[in-house]
Design a protein around this ligand. Structure first.
Ligand SMILES: Nc1nc2c(c(=O)[nH]1)N[C@H]1C(S)=C(S)[C@@H](COP(=O)(O)OP(=O)(O)OC[C@H]3O[C@@H](n4cnc5c(=O)[nH]c(N)nc54)[C@H](O)[C@@H]3O)O[C@H]1N2
Ligand SMILES: Nc1nc2c(c(=O)[nH]1)N[C@H]1C(S)=C(S)[C@@H](COP(=O)(O)OP(=O)(O)OC[C@H]3O[C@@H](n4cnc5c(=O)[nH]c(N)nc54)[C@H](O)[C@@H]3O)O[C@H]1N2
Ligand SMILES: [Mo]
Length: 697
């Protein structure tokens, strides 16, 4: 890792990397002057980053030095949820927490304590190190971290044992690129130039997405699918391949099991039947099927948009099975990419010594239920870190109801005063990745990047490792000495990584697996299943899925809530991270026909509602939306709507068919116009409600 000094400016530029929850895990060069960050940019160290980064991370210094930044620990000094705190010292704060833990443990048992953490960072240090040692040893309840990627992981693991996927650069070799439920122009921008390069040399592009994303605009075929119907579309393509002898018999004989069972389940899905359910033009589906069968190399970029509904696991199974049946592997630029988080084969069991306890497991997607279900074994302490559940988990109102409980003690450890932190009894300030060490693991590139502090911690902010080590000490829990301080923890984790990866990381600051970031599937890498074959009909999943695998669960259409709400990623935030910097109000996107039917125009204020919640926000008419589908970004802070409810107020807490995932895109809603009048300094809703909807500035 280098620090270069530019004498003219007195600046130093420090090498580090971005560990945020994004597949690209960019290498960064951060310029610092007099101990302050003055510029954040991409570096060339990682050739995929190639010197440029997204606009969000470029302005991450606005979070570091922003008004919402937490500088000191605080104790609640007002009603719950009001976000008023009295400053206290770290010693007082941690002693308060330790006392509360002891009290709850004595009265209710340690399972009354629940840690809640998720995607704040994709670093190996910030999650599942000292925190895991601590919560395991005190015997806390465990959290099923299923809010994202659970169904796709279940499918990918069962089929291929998380075999590494096609690398970004190899997309240039593809003659057909299929972007399925992904939006890389927003969610992993470094793939896009490679797609563009392929297109400029004549490759074809197909996008399967209910919205006309920017890649969909350039696509040869855009299948604007009804959310939740991917499984039947993929099965119809399987049937087409089998019926027309376009499947790769030789490949399947050598490398696959379960072919007949898959063929039999697919046989129910004619193009016409699938197209009618997915609301697609059957000729487009037919055209895509032929193009996929005929074109080599063909690659599918499978995203996470297709998993966030009741059929999400089966959708991922059916889509990821396509390259095997169609024989798309064994060539550079052919196959699929999904998550590459397993590519390096690292497991945190190498650096955590406490064994996992057999305590109860709470699915984070149903946190509201868990908090309000207080009959037996209630949760009495919630310790939130690396996560902003109030705005990122389903069924927002249920969760808020749980947080109101007077007998619930909530600790929130975060960098900024999030909507969740406002509910804390004790709030703790965390360092950002620009103030701490970490090892970022890329789930897009399958690489590791070293993260190092470029400035001193802001205020009294502390890294996770040190806070959990200190809590361990206070509660007489055995934290391994190697995890007591951040630099030691870094060396412990890096030291636990086996083979050449460790040496590469220490000498260059980044590392990639032996197959590199450009493996050819079924040539350089093989399924990590026991027989090294693709298991097309995984029996364990057949037991788990409510209707079996490769089966479709139809939606129960409700005439009161005829519109589908999806909540995709935006280029302004990483889920809710940086949401504090968003311009105040976010708009819901709606197709002109749906808007006209509701007498809505761009700029109008709407009430979007169902039986579990209501969001009031401006409307934006968008011809790129599929009729019947509306969208509002994921990760909005409460201040980004007029009534403080976000998309998750409308998202049910039902679970996906596989993996216990979140059904974000199973939200069904109705929308009506709010007629407002400005009276005095308030905008009053005249109809349908008479509550003030916003302050007039
Ligand atoms: N800028 C930015 N980048 C991010 C993130 C972020 O918040 N902001 N989040 C990061 C995280 S945590 C993740 S998991 C990834 C997610 O990365 P992606 O999967 O690329 O992103 P999503 O926006 O979740 O979904 C992708 C697309 O799926 C579409 N979609 C919705 N429902 C369906 C469906 O049923 N079928 C199909 N075929 N498409 C559907 C949406 O319209 C959307 O365009 O991105 C990461 N990168
Ligand atoms: N409606 C809807 N909601 C969604 C989705 C959707 O598609 N639709 N998608 C979901 C997806 S893909 C995901 S991954 C989840 C993500 O859900 P969350 O994990 O809640 O993600 P973030 O909003 O990024 O919140 C992470 C928090 O961790 C904090 N943090 C970052 N680094 C550190 C650290 O080192 N220490 C501590 N103590 N805190 C830190 C950040 O400041 C931030 O507040 O949200 C899901 N929510
Ligand atoms: Mo995610």
């Amino acid at each position: 890792m280098e620090k270069s000094q530019d004498d003219t400016w007195g600046r130093s530029t420090i090498d580090t990397a971005c560990p945020l929850d994004c597949p690209d895990t960019c290498s960064l060069g951060v310029s610092v002057e007099k101990g302050r960050i003055v510029n954040i940019d991409g570096s060339e160290r990682n050739s995929i980053t190639n010197g440029y980064i997204c606009s969000k991370v470029r302005r991450f210094d606005q979070r570091v030095y922003g008004l919402d930044r937490l500088h000191h620990p605080g104790v609640r000094n007002g009603p719950k949820g009001h976000g008023r705190f009295k400053q206290m010292s770290w010693t007082q704060a941690l002693e308060t927490i330790a006392k509360q833990f002891q009290k709850v443990k004595a009265e209710f048992g340690s399972e009354a304590i629940l840690p809640v953490s998720y995607g704040g960072s994709n670093g190996l240090l910030t999650q599942d190190t000292a925190d895991a040692e601590f919560f395991r040893q005190i015997g806390a309840s465990r959290l099923a971290r299923t809010v994202c990627a659970a169904p796709t992981t279940a499918a990918n693991t069962a089929l291929y044992g998380k075999m590494p996927g096609v690398g970004y650069r190899d997309y240039e070799n593809a003659r057909l690129i299929v972007i399925w439920g992904a939006n890389p122009s927003t969610t992993g921008i470094h793939l896009v130039p490679h797609i563009r390069k392929a297109l400029s040399s004549g490759a074809k592009l197909v996008v399967i997405d209910p919205r006309q994303t920017s890649l969909a605009k350039r696509a040869d075929i855009h299948l604007a699918i009804r959310p939740g119907t991917d499984v039947v579309v993929a099965l119809a393509i399987h049937k087409f391949l089998f019926d027309n002898a376009l499947f790769d018999k030789e490949f399947l004989e050598e490398h696959a099991t379960g072919v007949d069972e898959l063929q039999s389940r697919a046989s129910e899905w004619s193009m016409e039947r699938a197209a009618s359910i997915a609301e697609l033009d059957v000729s487009l589906l037919d055209q895509f099927s032929r193009l996929y069968a005929e074109t080599n190399p063909a690659v599918i970029r499978c995203g996470w948009g297709l998993e966030r509904n009741r059929n999400g696991g089966n959708a991922a199974l059916a889509v990821l099975a396509l390259p095997a049946v169609a024989g798309k592997f064994q060539v550079r630029g052919g196959g699929f990419s999904m998550s590459n988080s397993g590519a390096l084969g690292l497991s945190n069991s190498s650096w955590i010594s406490a064994p996992e306890q057999n305590t109860r497991v709470i699915n984070m997607n149903q946190l509201g239920r868990a908090l309000t279900d207080t009959e037996d074994a209630p949760i009495k302490v919630l310790f939130v870190y690396n996560c902003n559940p109030v705005v990122t988990l389903p069924h927002q109102n249920h969760l808020l109801q749980g947080l109101k409980r007077a007998d619930l003690f909530v600790i929130v450890f975060d960098q900024v005063m999030t909507d969740t932190a406002k509910w804390a009894d004790v709030v703790l300030p965390a360092t950002t990745f620009l103030e701490q060490y970490d090892v970022a693991r890329s789930y897009g590139l399958g690489t590791l990047e070293l993260v190092q502090p470029v400035i001193d911690a802001v205020g009294e902010a502390r890294p996770n490792v040190e806070v959990f080590a200190e809590l361990s000490r206070l509660l007489n829990v055995d934290c391994p000495p190697a995890l007591l301080s951040e630099p030691e923890a870094l060396m412990h984790v890096v030291g636990s990584i086996e083979g050449p990866l460790k040496d590469q990381l220490l000498s260059k600051g980044n590392a990639e697996s032996e197959a590199g970031s450009a493996p050819v599937q079924f040539v350089d890498v093989f399924p990590r299943t026991t027989d090294r074959k693709v298991n097309l009909f995984p029996k364990a999943l057949e037991q788990e899925a409510p209707s079996g695998i490769y089966r479709f669960q139809p939606e129960a259409k409700d005439p009161d809530y005829p519109l589908v709400l999806v909540s995709p990623a935006t280029d302004k935030t990483i889920t809710s991270t940086l949401g504090e910097l968003r311009p105040r109000l976010a708009s819901l996107q709606i197709h002109p026909d749906d808007a006209e039917a509701r007498d809505l125009e761009t700029g109008d204020t709407a009430r979007m509602f169902n039986s579990i919640g209501e969001v009031q926000c401006p409307v934006h008419i968008n011809t790129g939306m599929k009729p019947g589908v509306v969208s509002l970004p994921k990760g909005l802070w409460q201040k980004s709507t007029m009534n403080g409810s976000t998309a998750n107020a409308l998202v049910p807490d039902s679970l996906t068919d596989l993996g216990g995932g979140a059904c974000f895109n199973d939200a069904r809603v109705q929308i009506t116009r709010i007629v407002t009048a400005d009276i005095g300094n308030q905008s009053i809703a005249l109809w349908p409600s008479s509550k003030p909807v916003k302050e007039v500035n």
